[in-house]
Design a protein around this ligand. Structure first.
Ligand SMILES: [Fe+2]
Ligand SMILES: [Fe+2]
Length: 193
């Protein structure tokens, strides 16, 4: 395990809480390389995973098993971390800020359950298995369905709620880096002067 940079402070309850006014949304955003807000970060994850699945699909008939296994592993890892930061940070924030989100969030969590179960099967399998390609394909279909609902329903509810999406994006990015064992470059947001 790579060493972790502590990002606990950014995960404190207060950083997640809704801004009391309407002004919180635009705070801290003058940098040239602006950190992503929560929805942009999650959307970028969705796109990345679906590109990886497409890449697997395109290459599955000519790639060797090592390559397929590595790609499958990458897909599973990215998805696992993505689901975890949603469940730990994003969903609770939406749940707290928007009462109407409960049903959609419950659906999403059940879908995460199916996705995780399939990930477990893939991780316990290998490209030698006849089912491996089909498992990746079905995983891609689950993800596609889930992402569609998430990005329409849940993202809309997040936008409508009084959530500081910028702050939430910081929190998601920090936790994601922590789970990946990476350093999180908070300095990137320093103002351009
Ligand atoms: Fe997602
Ligand atoms: Fe999700």
């Amino acid at each position: 395990m790579a060493q972790r940079k502590s990002s606990r402070s950014s995960r404190s309850k207060s950083s997640r809480s809704k801004s009391r006014g309407r002004s919180g949304r635009k705070s801290r955003s003058q940098g040239t390389s602006q950190p992503k807000d929560a929805l942009a970060l999650l959307r970028a994850d969705h796109e990345m995973v679906s590109e990886l699945v497409d890449k697997y699909e395109r290459g599955k008939n000519r790639a060797d098993n090592d390559k397929k296994e590595r790609l499958a592993q990458q897909i599973c890892e990215e998805l696992t971390i993505h689901a975890q930061i949603e469940e730990e940070i994003f969903y609770p924030a939406v749940r707290e800020a928007n009462e109407e989100a409960e049903d959609a969030l419950a659906d999403a969590e059940v879908e995460h359950g199916s996705i995780k179960k399939l990930i477990e099967e893939i991780e316990g399998s290998s490209p030698d298995s006849e089912l491996f390609d089909a498992q990746i394909k079905v995983l891609g279909e689950y993800v596609k369905h889930h992402v569609k609902e998430e990005q329409t329903e849940i993202f809309r509810m997040a936008r409508e709620a009084d959530i500081d999406l910028k702050d939430l994006g910081h929190e998601l990015a920090a936790r994601k880096a922590e789970l990946k064992g990476e350093e999180w470059e908070e300095e990137e947001e320093e103002e351009a002067a």
